[in-house]
Design a protein around this ligand. Structure first.
Ligand SMILES: [Mn+2]
Length: 318
């Protein structure tokens, strides 16, 4: 039972004086929302505890919050909690192994089982939803507050594409309704997440202009280093353009293939129906059924992924 895990996690939060919260590399709003929201919950209720959020700061998401600098010694008697991170290699800041007790809280398929306690709920829209659910369920023992609500709301709208993707459930909406009772501006958070730099706008134009779609509705765009340089963009700027092909009529699944400075391509794969994470796994990645990531060594491997997508669409149409 998930509520039993909530109790176990709460007992550990009570037990430890130092709590260090990690999330995945290249964080998205849900990674930051779940991490910083959890920190906000614990800090408010237990001001005497030392609670840290660690990892690399992301400039364009600075409205969600910033990271703490933590000395190695702090890990000695620490509870370490990892949010939104399915696989250990993706955890930002490798010192997570140095703590005394490890908890995983996540909503991705549980491929890499880790942690002394593992709370994985793949039915949840986002990790932020899970932690908001935990706080609501623990009620006065770990009360929700305005800052945590703001962060969880940001995480949920990030991972659901503002309630567009099928992972959005009635439970998501019940939790969002609860969060909106607190004193933060949901529309301001929505606006922040919907605002892109001129650079991203130009890159979006490039993606829409250069998208290739076949008869099956499988689409792809290759973003070479040269193309990125043209806009002064790099790999970290590509997240906002990933949903764009899904806004075009007839496109069922797609990949944005981002050439890496070190060679090879990062594959950002999305679908509106066919389950694509098995394809991602075959190409050194993984993720959600409809939103995955992978790696391709060269153009030939990109073509292979597209062929595998074609097969999925044919099977899905039947
Ligand atoms: Mn997430």
């Amino acid at each position: 039972m998930i509520t039993d895990l909530f109790e176990e996690i709460y007992a550990k939060i009570l037990e430890y004086d130092t709590i260090i919260i990690h999330r995945h590399v290249r964080p998205d709003p849900d990674a930051l929302g779940s991490q910083l929201g959890l920190k906000a919950l614990i800090t408010k209720k237990f001001p005497e505890k030392k609670v840290y959020a660690v990892g690399t700061d992301v400039e364009n998401l600075s409205f969600m919050g910033t990271m703490d600098q933590v000395e190695n010694e702090a890990y000695e008697n620490a509870l370490v909690i990892i949010t939104d991170t399915a696989n250990r290699p993706r955890i930002d800041d490798k010192r997570y192994t140095k703590g005394k007790f490890l908890i995983k809280i996540d909503h991705h398929p549980d491929e890499d089982i880790y942690g002394d306690i593992s709370l994985v709920n793949t039915q949840a829209s986002s990790c932020s939803e899970i932690i908001a659910d935990l706080a609501i369920s623990l009620d006065a023992r770990l009360p929700m507050n305005a800052e945590a609500a703001r962060l969880f709301y940001g995480g949920i709208i990030g991972d659901t594409g503002r309630f567009l993707y099928p992972a959005t459930t009635s439970k998501t909406m019940r939790i969002v309704s609860e969060l909106m009772e607190y004193d933060f501006s949901a529309s301001e958070m929505g606006q922040m997440m919907n605002t892109n730099s001129k650079k991203i706008a130009n890159l979006s134009g490039y993606v829409l202009q250069n998208i290739e779609v076949n008869d099956l509705g499988v689409a792809h765009v290759i973003l070479t280093q040269e193309a990125l340089e043209q806009f002064g963009a790099d790999d970290s700027d590509t997240a906002p353009v990933v949903p764009l092909p899904g806004t075009i009529e007839g496109i069922v699944c797609w990949g944005i293939f981002v050439e890496q400075a070190t060679g090879g391509f990062r594959c950002r794969l999305r679908s509106k129906g066919p389950v694509i994470n098995e394809v991602a796994k075959r190409h050194g990645g993984g993720g959600h059924p409809l939103a995955s990531g992978a790696n391709a060594a060269d153009i030939a491997e990109i073509e292979e992924i597209i062929r595998e997508f074609d097969e999925l669409v044919v099977a899905w149409q039947k």
